[in-house]
Design a protein. Structure first.
Length: 247
């Protein structure tokens, strides 16, 4: 059954106004009167609804659903700005895997530079990708997207997390493989976790030092060196294993 995120609060009847959502519902999926879909409002609760009027795009809410597919912990993925469409790929896949937020920042080794209107345009594009991925994977929430123009703005936000993990290539090379598993086992459900990844050239030692001063922990993600857009997927899979598959 198709799922859609909608703005506003749920009443008995709701009228959809977003043009992109309407296009997918009635032009692509060709919904007709009495067809059923799942609507997710801003409260994160899924509700079964049916098309009450296909000309005014009105739906009748039938019942609340108990389905909740969110990770038991709040995970933010922060990556240095990546070349090409890698950040789009990263946003889509981490949204499917359960990230609560996806951040980008201008790392020392980032080749691309975004600012002003380009940054706003990129952010809006990533928000659409995150919503589509969240609908496809039947999430209860759309990941929050934030791209920082200045690295210091990113660093100023680190105090809001319960644990910060720095995916550091040098740690993997030296065989470090205990910190992530150990720390995840100690964290309670509901914790706020930040994973920090460098761009294609990796995270710089100076950046590692700054993150460690904020309480960040260097972690190795296994013996293989992964690409910048692959490592976050490994990290989220590890979190899912620790909090969803081991319980």
């Amino acid at each position: 059954m198709q799922q859609y995120f909608v703005n506003g609060e749920a009443g008995r009847f709701v009228t959809i106004e977003d043009e992109n959502t309407l296009k997918h519902m009635f032009s692509v999926m060709r919904l007709q009167a009495n067809d059923q879909v799942v609507l997710v409002f801003e409260d994160g609760i899924k509700r079964l609804a049916k098309v009450a009027d296909s000309t005014s795009y009105t739906f009748e809410i039938l019942e609340e659903l108990q389905d909740n597919t969110e990770l038991p912990v709040d995970v933010t993925i922060a990556a240095g700005f990546l070349k090409g469409d890698k950040l789009e790929f990263l946003t889509q896949k981490t949204s499917e895997l359960g990230a609560r937020a996806v951040w980008g920042f201008p790392a020392d080794r980032s080749v691309v530079k975004w600012s002003g209107k380009k940054l706003i345009k990129k952010t809006e594009k990533l928000k659409k990708i995150a919503q589509g991925a969240a609908e496809q994977s039947k999430r209860n929430q759309i990941p929050r997207i934030r791209l920082f123009e200045k690295k210091q703005e990113f660093l100023n936000c680190l105090s809001e997390f319960d644990r910060i993990f720095i995916a550091y290539e040098e740690s993997a090379k030296t065989g470090e493989k205990k910190v992530l598993a150990r720390e995840l086992a100690l964290l309670p459900k509901g914790s706020k976790i930040l994973f920090v990844f460098g761009p294609e050239g990796g995270i710089a030692p100076e950046e590692v030092n700054l993150l460690e001063k904020q309480g960040g922990l260097k972690v190795g993600l296994g013996p293989r060196i992964m690409r910048a857009e692959t490592a976050p997927l490994f990290a989220l899979s590890s979190v899912s294993y620790a909090f969803e598959l081991m319980t």
